[in-house]
Design a protein around this ligand. Sequence first.
Ligand SMILES: O=P(O)(O)OC[C@H]1O[C@H](O[C@H]2O[C@H](CO)[C@@H](O)[C@H](O)[C@H]2O)[C@H](O)[C@@H](O)[C@@H]1O
Length: 260
Amino acid sequence: MSDTTALEGALAGLSNAVRAGRTLLVALDFDGVLAPLVDVPSRSRATPEGAAALRRLSGADGVRLALISGRGLADLAAVAEVPDGTLLVGSHGAEVGAWDGGLRPGDPALDDEQSSLLARAADELSRLVEGTTARIEVKPTTVVLHTRGVPTQDTDRLVDAALALGERLDLDTMAGRDIVELSVLRVTKGDALRELRSGTGAGPVLFAGDDVTDERAMAVLGPGDVAIRVGDGESVAPYRVADPEAMARTLHRLADLLGS
Ligand SMILES: O=P(O)(O)OC[C@H]1O[C@H](O[C@H]2O[C@H](CO)[C@@H](O)[C@H](O)[C@H]2O)[C@H](O)[C@@H](O)[C@@H]1O
């Protein structure tokens, strides 16, 4: 069976579950899945086809839509431009909210001690990148080293130093696509996906991601769920599409099957 046929069968299984009265949770990563990767994170936007697919799915009976991102919640809300009713999870699961004509954020994520630790990590990381073209991004629970476009020699040195800093400060450290993330909270996209499933009362889940942190979400999926890896890289996902454009086509196909 071709990959395309297998994915078509999996999408049909999801739409059949909805027809049988079950709720389908469609939970998607943002960068690299709905939006092509770009050098300046604030300029990321979903492809027009991806945004249109989200609008179709948000209007489908029996479907709940969610984004689960490594971005801070407010940042995610600003770039993602999602339809009303979309659940938003930022900072890899540490920040939860929803979009309803504006961002409805959940409770603040950090206590005083954790805030101080985040400030210290940001300060030390900022000093490490001085004199290079690497950038630092400070998010509500995480500080990120960005090395996209940085010469390899500097990248290797900075990545090693960032990983060592994470270990020294006992932070949750994750290396992603041209980034190293140091988080003061130990939450994962897998925890977030479990919470979303129980909070929405969903039966089957479709999750799509493109990076190592998304694998933590895919790992909590079970029979009847559908995991899709976007782009290259090792994955536990049984299905793979090439890029955000192909992902958008997949979401449109699901909307077709759901009749929305
Ligand atoms: O979980 P995600 O939604 O995939 O968030 C992961 C990180 O996404 C952003 O970085 C990535 O996209 C940038 C814009 O395309 C790109 O420049 C960078 O190289 C990618 O790693 C975001 O800036 C990070 O904060 C997120 O953690």
